[in-house]
Design a protein. Structure first.
Length: 299
């Protein structure tokens, strides 16, 4: 299958590209820059120049492909509403190009969406829907609705920590904050939990979703159901030789800045239904073991 992949040169996307090529697929990767285009070419993928704002280009690439995996997102947390709007328009454009074809369309969102609606402590499952007003919920629901319009659509909700070498997501941000503040902090008693997944397991899940997820599927990219935040803070503090401290909830925004809301979230999440549906099983190291390897703290 010829697969159009957005975000193809990113931390997760580059692993997805390797996974697809290893399974015998052809990959057409969206590239905004010369650097991204060169990385895709070196990996063995074809290059489609453009961006998420170029809706005509996205439609054309999606229509010409046998399937689409949408991983790109503008991670501008200073103007998050604009990022969400860009994503929703891109999803609508590619979805319209795929209507009536029966082709697979896989997008990613996040398990953290579930923390907006579920009672504190309840484990989120694939059966849990989100309201379209929840951040990224509009794109998720739009893609799921395409199942009624001849698209084999699926949403992969990824853990807040998709980890591995060269990670530049939430955990490196926490490490940077700890270095800047001189302490590794958690909120309250540190019992709030983040699910986690190794990026190679995320890549394999994307490929399996493309291959066999039924239309309208919600899937969870979760290897570990919920790691208490104090454990993450503890490993960071030990590797940086910094005190590990508790801060009150009212100080979370000041300490963690843009990451405050995410650090405050309790997001235990199951992937049992995903594993049963696709026969997918995470195989790589967990987050704490990955942190203990030390590569997150070099440089």
């Amino acid at each position: 299958m010829r697969v159009f992949v957005t975000g193809a040169s990113g931390f997760i996307g580059s692993a997805v590209v390797r996974e697809l090529l290893g399974a015998g697929h052809q990959v057409l990767g969206l590239a905004r820059s010369d650097e991204s285009a060169a990385a895709l070419t070196a990996a063995g993928a074809d290059v489609h120049r453009g961006s998420l704002d170029d809706l005509d280009s996205l439609r054309a690439a999606a229509a010409a492909a046998g399937g689409v995996i949408h991983l790109a997102f503008v991670h501008d947390f200073s103007n998050y509403s604009d990022s969400i709007g860009i994503d929703k328009r891109a999803v609508d454009a590619m979805g319209a190009a795929l209507e009536g074809t029966g082709k697979p369309f896989v997008i990613t969102s996040g398990t953290l969406m579930l923390s907006y609606g579920l009672p504190r402590g309840q484990i989120g499952t694939e059966a849990d829907a989100v309201h379209s007003e929840v951040p990224r919920g509009g794109a998720e629901n739009a893609v799921l609705a395409l199942a009624e319009r001849g698209v084999r659509s699926a949403v992969v909700r990824l853990s807040p920590s998709v980890h591995g070498r060269d990670d530049h997501g939430f955990v490196p941000a926490l490490i940077g904050i700890a270095r800047a503040k001189g302490v590794s902090a958690y909120i309250g008693d540190g019992s709030k939990r983040w699910p986690a997944l190794h990026r190679l397991d995320a890549a394999r899940l994307s490929r399996q979703a493309l291959a066999s997820a039924p239309a309208g599927s919600r899937l969870h990219g979760v290897g570990e159901q919920g790691i208490p935040f104090r454990e993450i803070a503890g490993v960071i503090g030990r590797h940086l030789n910094l005190p590990v401290v508790s801060i009150p909830p009212e100080e979370a925004a000041a300490h963690f800045t843009w990451l405050g809301g995410y650090a405050s979230a309790d997001n235990p999440t199951s992937s049992a239904l995903t594993r049963e549906l696709l026969g997918w099983q995470p195989e790589h190291v967990g987050l704490i073991e990955d942190l203990e390897e030390g590569h997150y703290f070099k440089g």
